[in-house]
Every structure is written in C-alpha cells, then in structure tokens.
Design a binder for this molecule. Sequence first.
Ligand code: IPE
Ligand code: IPE
Ligand code: MG
Length: 250
Amino acid sequence: MSAVFFKKSETKIDRSQRILPRHVGIIMDGNGRWAKKRGMPRQAGHQVGAANFKKITRYCNSIGIKHLTVYAFSTENWKRPKEEINALMDLFYDYLIEALRDFSEENIRTVFIGDVTAFSPKLQELIRETEAISADKTGMRLNIAMNYGGRDEIVKAVREISADVAEGKLRPEEIDGALISRHLYTFDQPDPDLIIRPSGEYRTSNFLLWQSAYAEYVFMDDILWPDFSTENLEEALDEYAKRNRRFGGV
Ligand code: IPE
Ligand code: IPE
Ligand code: MG
C-alpha cells in the first residue's frame, strides 16, 4: 500500500497493543473507476462496492471498533446521470432488504445520517425498519451517510438553533461548539478519530465537516473501494496508531 500523506515506515506495530480509534469514517470511493478499468458499467462497481461495504463493516465490529461512519451517497451525488442514480437506489433497496434479513444476527446498531426524506417512501420505510430492529444492539454503531452533506448538516443545525432563539428558548450567547455538536446527526457520538479514503482523491467531499476538525486522515492512493481489503483497513489502523495527536496542545 502507498499513500501520499505518509511513507510506509519500517516501524512495526504490535496489533495486539495498538490503540484503536473510537470512531472511524470511511469515504467509500472509486467504484466507478474500478468498473471502468474492467470495461464494465459504473453500476457494476457499485455492486461490488456494496458487497465490500458489508464485509468491512462486519470486520470493524469484530475487531472492536465502536463507531463506524461510511459515506454511501452525498448531497452532491444527485448530479450523476439518472441511470446511475437509479442503479444506486436499487442497490440501497437490496441492501436494506438483506440487512433486515441478515443483520438481525449481527450485533451492529445501524443509523442513517443525512436527509433521508429525499428517498422514495419505500426506501424510507426500510430505513426506519432497519434502524428499529437494530436499535437495541450493543456492538458497533454503524452510521450510513445517505444524502449526507457536511454543509447541509450544519445548515440544519443553524436552523434548529435559530428557531430556539426566535422562540425565546435560547439566548445567542448560549450558543457554543458543544451546542452545535448536539444538533448534528452524530449528536450522541464521539468525533471521528480516523477518516480513510481510498481511490487517490485527497479531499473530504463534504464528509463530517464539523466533526473532523481533529480527525487523522489516511488517504490511500493505490486502492479503489471494491478492492479495499481488511488488510488495507489494518494498515490504516497501524498508521493511525503511529500518529501523534496534539489537539493544539504541545
Ligand atoms: C463512490 O464511488 C460511490 C458513490 C459516490 C456513490 P464513485 O462512484 O465516486 O467512483 P469513482 O470515484 O467515480 O471511481
Ligand atoms: C464522495 O465521493 C461521496 C461518496 C463516496 C459517497 P465522490 O466521488 O462523490 O466525491 P468527488 O466528487 O470525487 O469529490
Ligand atoms: Mg468518486
């Protein structure tokens, strides 16, 4: 594996002793390029990417990650051709049906973050059911970001807070960072410690903007999401364990 923002060092990490991030974010990018490289339609990449998402999610839970947020569809992804959007919606549908069938055996609590009201009534119903059947799970908390945008999320928070001010429930001086965090989709979770992006793009693409202020980024430039393996995840966790986080201190 190589990645732009870190050199693979010789320092070996003892994985049994390694400090794990409490919250991992993954930008599941590169499905389209994966398919194109094989002469297949972009949709084929999304299909393999979706299967990989299930594998990586289960693996994260098995190694003790407590919070995982995956970026599945952004507020900007509606700009894509109708055909691709339709294929993605069909995949979400299949995933939700499968999740309802199989995920009852998994100890994972699934929550959808983003404006899900943009999806079809049927998808919204399946989303609610999936959240409901997994609500009591005690294992990993999985956030699936669908029609999610970091800016959109902040706008939502500002609207809610302004409404409280307008109704006289809150004074402007009482607004602080903690209050804003409480109005985000992740209000009851720690901020992400580690954000992984495969595919060679070195940007956030509107993912967890507020929450990622002190996240460690691992950009992996020679792997596309459908091929992203549990070993790639382990490598990112090794890299995270080597980082020196200071949060502005010394
Ligand atoms: C990520 O893969 C999946 C979604 C955004 C839904 P892409 O579809 O962005 O794949 P590339 O980046 O075009 O290869
Ligand atoms: C980010 O990937 C969104 C998801 C992975 C769901 P994009 O492929 O949409 O991001 P850009 O367009 O390359 O910035
Ligand atoms: Mg992309």
